[in-house]
Ligand binder design. Structure first.
Ligand code: SF4
Length: 416
């Protein structure tokens, strides 16, 4: 029987860069570059199709960047390439990320017919002054047009991203965003807190940003949870809410430590018991994949002949490692505790042959006593208060050392 696999495809292009974003994407790429990148992706799919023969792809996520800045023709070729190169389950959850103002009913209908069945739209805020402060390229009206275009194109599984803690935002304006988005009744809502990431334009002008203070930001998070739950959305992960049955199956793979393959520059994978990522360098990615087209062996600078696989691995792979048993436990704890279901001691014992209570029970008792966690005799889980400070608690629970490969960068499932 084939093993299930999630497939992630990274598209590193955006119409314009948002001031807070540190995802690997660039604005101003030429059509020629986009076309070469799409061709390179198709070649990489072909390469990995052999390694993925033992798998059935049951989730696909095309993210970025903004995949929908590609022409309909290029994006359709990529979607077709996925179906051609991999054994895709009939029951696949196939998500496409889109920025409002880059889609229409016509383009969305084409993607829907090509096999996409879930759309993730980045709204961030329903207030135009806040969207401008984030330097988003769309207004609330643009978002609304895209949302209704998606419904018209028969998308019945839509995620909307919103953010709290953004410049100019107040408790009242955040409530307006919650009110607006729930009024549209998407199946899934992701609610992220703004992080000022190093190297972004926001980081450079951090001191001049008018941001909600920490207490207001915490209140927004807790109020958001209460609001969304009251509207029938289950808070199933730190930042994610869904109507029953609409939890994002692809992102659940990250949090459940299941296998996924990420293709394209900057993509991460957990595949065949290896974790690896490709470099954040689109030019290098295209060059390395195009080098493959010529066929035959390749010569390195010192004249040694190497295979294309070795060449690409040397050129493209940023990090690659197998996970030591101790790290596997740490990863599992860190990722599973993001979920509202938390960790079951019985499941932990059957997965690792270890007694969770005996190892972690004493450490966790402090957080249970102070309302950051719950324990029902089997399951340990964060309360909303614990989720808000989960990174801090996790670093106390787990003994990180300098060489630890415990992943932090690909686990939040954030769409944007
Ligand atoms: S937030 Fe999304 S749309 Fe904005 S630059 Fe980043 S990837 Fe592009």
């Amino acid at each position: 029987m084939k093993k299930p696999l999630g497939l992630y495809i990274h598209i590193p292009f955006c119409q314009a860069k948002c001031a807070y974003c540190d995802f690997y994407s660039m604005s101003g790429a030429t059509e020629e570059n986009m076309s070469r990148y799409a061709d390179a992706l198709l070649l990489q799919m072909q390469d990995y199709s052999k390694a993925a023969k033992a798998y059935i792809v049951d989730t696909v996520f095309i993210g970025g960047g903004t995949p929908t800045v590609l022409t309909v023709k290029l994006l359709s070729e990529i979607i077709d390439g996925i179906y051609r190169n991999f054994d895709v389950s009939k029951n696949v959850e196939f998500t496409l990320e889109a920025n409002p103002a880059t889609v229409s009913t016509g383009s969305l209908s084409k993607y829907r017919h090509a096999g996409v069945n879930r759309l993730s739209l980045g709204l961030q805020s329903a207030n135009d002054d806040e969207l401008s402060a984030l330097s988003r390229i769309h207004s609330r009206a643009d978002f609304e047009a895209s949302y209704y275009a998606a419904r018209k194109a028969k998308f019945d599984n839509i995620n909307v991203d919103i953010m709290y803690g953004i410049p100019l935002q107040t408790a009242e304006s955040f409530t307006r965003t919650l009110d607006y988005v729930t009024g549209l009744a998407p199946e899934h809502i992701s609610m992220y807190g703004l992080k000022i990431e190093d190297g972004t334009p926001f980081a450079l002008r951090r001191d001049s940003l008018i941001l909600p203070d920490e207490d207001t930001e915490a209140d927004m998070y807790f109020d958001g949870i209460r609001y969304l739950e009251a509207k029938g959305y289950r808070h199933y992960e730190i930042s994610n809410f869904a109507r029953p049955g609409f939890e994002c199956r692809h992102n659940l793979k990250y949090w459940n430590c299941d296998e996924y393959l990420g293709l394209g520059c900057a993509a991460h994978s957990y595949f065949s018991n290896m974790r690896f990522s490709f470099k954040r360098n689109m030019g290098l990615y295209i060059d390395a994949m195009e080098a493959d087209i010529e066929g035959g062996g390749m010569l390195t600078d010192d004249g040694t002949s190497i295979s294309h696989d070795q060449f690409r691995a040397a050129e493209l792979v940023d990090e690659m490692y197998s996970i030591a048993p101790g790290e596997r436990v740490g990863e599992y704890i860190m990722l599973r505790l993001r979920l509202a279901d938390g960790i079951s001691s019985a499941e932990f014992a059957s997965r690792f042959g270890l007694n969770f209570d005996a190892i972690y029970g004493r450490k966790l008792q402090l957080y249970i006593d102070n309302g950051f966690m719950t324990y029902d005799g089997d399951r340990y889980a964060f309360t909303p208060k614990g989720m808000f400070v989960s990174n801090y608690i996790l670093s106390n629970i787990l003994d990180f050392d300098e060489d630890s490969h415990i992943i932090t960068s690909v686990c939040d499932g954030s769409d944007k």
